[in-house]
Structures are given as structure tokens and as C-alpha cells.
Design a protein around this ligand. Sequence first.
Ligand code: PHE
Length: 452
Amino acid sequence: MVQERESFRSRTGSVLALAGSAVGLGNIWRFPYMLSEYGGGAFLLVYILCIVLFSLPIMMSEFIVGRSSHVGAADAVGQLEPRGLWKHYGILAVGIPFFTLCYYCVIGGWTLQYLADSCLLSFRRAGTDEAIQGMFGNLVASPVRPVVLDGAFLLVTALIIMNGVHKGIEKCSKVMMPVLFFVMIFIAVWVAIQPGAGQGMAYLFRPDFSKITPKVFLAAMGQSFYSLSIGMGILITYSSYLDRKIGLTQTAVSTIIADFVFAIIAGCAIIPALFAYGMPTDQGTGLVFKTLPVVFSRMPAGGVVSVVFFFAVLLAALTSAMSLFEVPVSWLIDRYQMSRVGASVLVFVCAFAIGALCSLSFGVLSGFTVGGRVLFDLFDYTIGNYLMPLAGLVIVIFVGWKMSRNVILDEVVGYEYAQNEQYHRRWRKLLLFMIRWLAPAAVISIFLSGIL
Ligand code: PHE
């Protein structure tokens, strides 16, 4: 079975698939908003520090587990350590991405609608700002549209995954990611030449160290985990498809840089646009679906920019959804020897059934709440605040304290070890320290801050 296992075929393809999972709504709306709110340039320094000290070691831990076990996230830990409770990690590793997929595709569906609205020039035609902003409320309150859109988005994702790791995920990422990159650059440049945008740029990056509090550290850490798809089983599953010759450190660093660059470009595209058109910068979730359509309705060539922008959001959401979809599919294939098509159909049906309920959270099912939260928010809150940090914690403790150091050494530096022994020995020591101490401390503090 090991020989038959699918894999990525090239280093570029592997990095682009990983970057595809990482780059998503987290980069496009969450990061720009945090950057402008939490001290601009000063937040940027904190964010970089968090990535290097905490996210990199956790990402490396997931890579080490994935590639050394050579199976998807569900069975990876159990395969390396069949004794004790470790094998139950698989439940988290499949459950989290599956349930995330259920509500992530709802947002993907909204994006489809907004792309269609942009093509039909609906924002321009709506007339007033209130009418444009009201379109979102109408969409999510409808009893049919969000369900159909959710299904359509999920179906596209399923069709890509059915084509396999190389032909589906890798090939699509190789096309989508460069397109996404150029599209975002185009928007950033167009926005930069609008009058008043310069002020927004200054606001975005001005370093304000007085805003850096412990809370901001936690926010930066949480953002870097979410943005890099850490604690989801995704990195384990994707790294199990990595070729032995590919250096894990290089792959992790390339993925991190790609994610960071996208976040910065998105920041340069969005915040200055809000400034140029006098819109508030603190709209959180409303930013993409309420505030930006108003900006586009006022901007010269806004119709085109709007189409291009929602197309970019769609691509970003799609490559992230692919990675979520792949985790349960690879589990069904590895564990139950299902065919890829059969596994994809099964995941599609289950995710659609639950996703349909989530997509009605703001309409028909808005009265159905658990702990005061509608279904969609409940998924988002529970996964983001509890389950992802928990899964991240288990994996770093496993790699740092349970796995053999030789396996770690083999995985991290094996391939290039002979070339620069001294350097790699030092890197491995530092990495082990980060995995054993820094990363768990970081995850525990996020965990506690979510609870307290
Ligand atoms: N990393 C994605 C983003 O930045 C979000 C995501 C998390 C997607 C986990 C898939 C899995 O938006």
C-alpha cells in the first residue's frame, strides 16, 4: 500500500499546495484588519516573532509526523506510537478539518454570490450604501440561496479532490496560486494610485509600540496559527505526500514566506482603499462582504476591480477548502481502502448535510443556538479557540517528548545532512528546544486566553 500512495511530484507544486491551504480569508480580511488596529509596523514585528518562535516549530512538528509516518493525519500518530492514548489524536485530526470544511464552504458560497453580483454590476446598481450593505443580510437570511451556493462551492472542491493529489491538488494549486498572486498585486497597485491611498498606507505600517500588549501577542499568535492552517491535520496529510528528497525546513520556510507576502499584499490592497473612500477600517467580518462592495461602487473601474477581487477571494477559499477536504478523504482511502472517488462523494454528502444547516444559521435557523451562538458561530468559535490549539499542543508534545530524536534528525536534515553537518546539528538543537518548550508554552497561553 505504501508504494501505491499518491504524492506531490515537484517541490514547487508541494510548496504551492501548502501555500494554497495557508492563503485564505485569514490573509485577505483578518490580517489587514489586525495590522491596522494593533499598531501597524509594531504589530508586524510581533507577528514575525510569533511565526519564527512558535508557528515554525509547530509546522515542522506536523511535517515530521506526516512524512515519517507516510500516512494521513488520522493514522499518523497512531502509526508512530500505537500504545497509549496517542492513537486517539486521529479523531481530532480528521474531525477538526471536516467540521471546518462544513462551515468554510458556506463562506465560499457567499463568495460565489458576490462574484456573480460583481459580474452583473449589482453593487453599482444598488444605488445607496445602505442598499449595498443590505445585500449581505438578504443573502444570508434567504432559506435557499446560501444552501445552494454552499453545495456548489463544495461540489467544485470535491471535483478537484477526486482528481487526486497530483492531478487535482498539485496541478490546480500551480495554476491558482500564481493567478491569485498577480490578481492581488493588480488590486494593490490600482488602489495605491487612488487619491488618499497614501494616507492609508502610512496608517497601515506606522509603528505604534504603545499598542503592543500581551493581548496583542496572543492575537498575533492565534492569527499566525490560523493563517498557516496549523493544528488541523492538514500539514500532516500534505507532508505525507512530500518526496523524501524535499527538505522540510525549506518547505516550511517557503510556505511561511508565501503566506506572509500574501497577507502584506492584501493589507496594501484593502486598508488604503478603505481610507481613500472614507470607510471604517474596523468592520471585522463585515469588511469583505459589506464594506468593500461600497468601496468598489465608488472606485473608478470599480466594476472590474470588484470582479477581480471576488475572483481572488474565491481562489483563496477554494485552495484552502481543498486542503480541508483532503484530510477526511485520505483517511477513508488509507484506513478503509475506499476509492478516491467514493471517498470524495461520501465526504461531499456528509459535509453538505451539515454545511446546509450552518448556512441557514443567519436565516431560518437563527433561533437555534447553543450557548447563545448560532450553528455557524458555534463551529467557528469551538474549533478556533479550543480544538485547533488542542490539536497543535498534542502534536508538539508528541514530537518533542515522545518521538525518537533520530527520526526527527532524519526527517529534518537527513537529505542535506552530509553537506553541512555543523550547521544542521545546531539547527536541530534549536528546533528541538523550540518544539519542546516554546511552542507548547505558546499554545497553552492561547488556550487559556480563550477560556479565561
Ligand atoms: N489558512 C486559512 C486562511 O488563512 C484558513 C484555514 C485554516 C483554511 C485551516 C484551512 C484550514 O484563511
